[in-house]
Ligand binder design. Structure first.
Ligand code: PDD
Length: 280
């Protein structure tokens, strides 16, 4: 199916959409992005994604490409024009088009690209069986709190995971897990969910934020602290969160089975309550 995508003010079939070779996203990865899930044709957690976008733009001193109202309308229009029921909407803002030079160009209009991707999010085989992760060194820069399109380290990490028969790589820094290449990381020990506190070393996940709220409402305890791969191997349960996977059980880490190799009860409960709210 030919998708309808949005590029700088226009909707076009994907094979006719164009951006400049001088776009700073293309030349420098000088851009930020968001991925918002869609269930039953409705955006999930859109507000938090736009709050994070605003923060990313501010940290990089990049201008909004349009108003928040216009961006919201573009998301809704992309859902309608593509009859999107379940999947994600990807959006990217870059510092725009200018002659190639490292410092910020003057008076450049930010570029905006928005497109949909059909995906099964709710009833997935991975959620039923759980997924495998491997660990790899975290070789990223130190502003991982900004959601930039500069994703070569995560690309290499995910490729390594896939080549080892796993679905995700957990990145290790100073002997501790930071996060997944495109997800936040959690273990559960003695009924307590353990996850790294927010800092410049990880992305503040919107799914993580929703999970914290729901866990509190359902009396699931969360402890924010760093953890080692060895602790993860010995955990009762493990899972990851992201906009495209929600709460995803992990059943194997570096070839070692976690929680008997089955999705754990607390993880399953958290996924269920997350989906209940997202589908409501
Ligand atoms: N990735 N950490 C990293 C490094 C991520 O790239 C992501 C999301 C997350 C989870 O954030 P959220 O819950 O807001 O999706 C954590 C998106 C899904 C992606 O790049 O496709």
């Amino acid at each position: 199916m030919t998708r309808i995508v949005y590029v700088n003010g226009e909707y076009a079939p994907e094979n006719q959409a164009r951006i400049s070779v001088f776009d700073r996203g293309f030349l420098f990865a000088d851009g930020v992005y968001e991925v918002t899930p869609v269930i039953n044709g409705k955006l999930v957690d859109f507000g938090p994604h736009m709050e994070r976008l605003e923060r990313s733009l501010k940290e990089l001193r990049m201008a909004w490409p349009c108003t928040l109202e216009e961006l919201t309308r573009v998301h809704e229009e992309i859902i309608v024009r593509n009859a999107l029921k379940e999947g994600i909407i990807y959006m990217q803002v870059t510092r725009g088009v200018a002659d190639r030079m490292f410092n910020f160009p003057k008076e450049t209009q930010s570029s905006l690209v928005v497109f949909p991707q059909v995906m099964t999010l709710v009833d997935t085989a991975n959620a039923r069986t759980g997924v495998k992760v491997v660990t790899t060194p975290d070789i990223r820069w130190l502003r991982r709190d900004i959601k930039t399109v500069m994703l070569l380290a995560p690309v290499l990490g995910k490729q390594e995971a896939v080549e080892k028969g796993a679905n995700e790589a957990w990145m290790i820094e100073d002997g501790h897990v930071t996060e997944g290449t495109s997800s936040n990381a959690y273990i559960i020990k003695d009924n307590v969910v353990i996850t790294r506190p927010l800092s410049n070393r990880i992305l503040a996940g919107c799914t993580r934020r929703a999970l914290f709220r729901l866990a509190k409402e359902h009396n699931v305890k969360i402890e924010e602290r760093t953890f080692t791969p060895e602790e993860a191997y010995a955990a009762d349960e493990a899972f990851l969160t992201s906009a495209s996977q929600f709460v995803m059980p992990i059943v194997e880490i570096d070839g070692r089975r976690v929680g008997g190799g089955q999705p754990g009860p607390i993880t399953r409960k958290l996924r269920e309550i997350f989906l209940q709210e997202a589908q409501a």
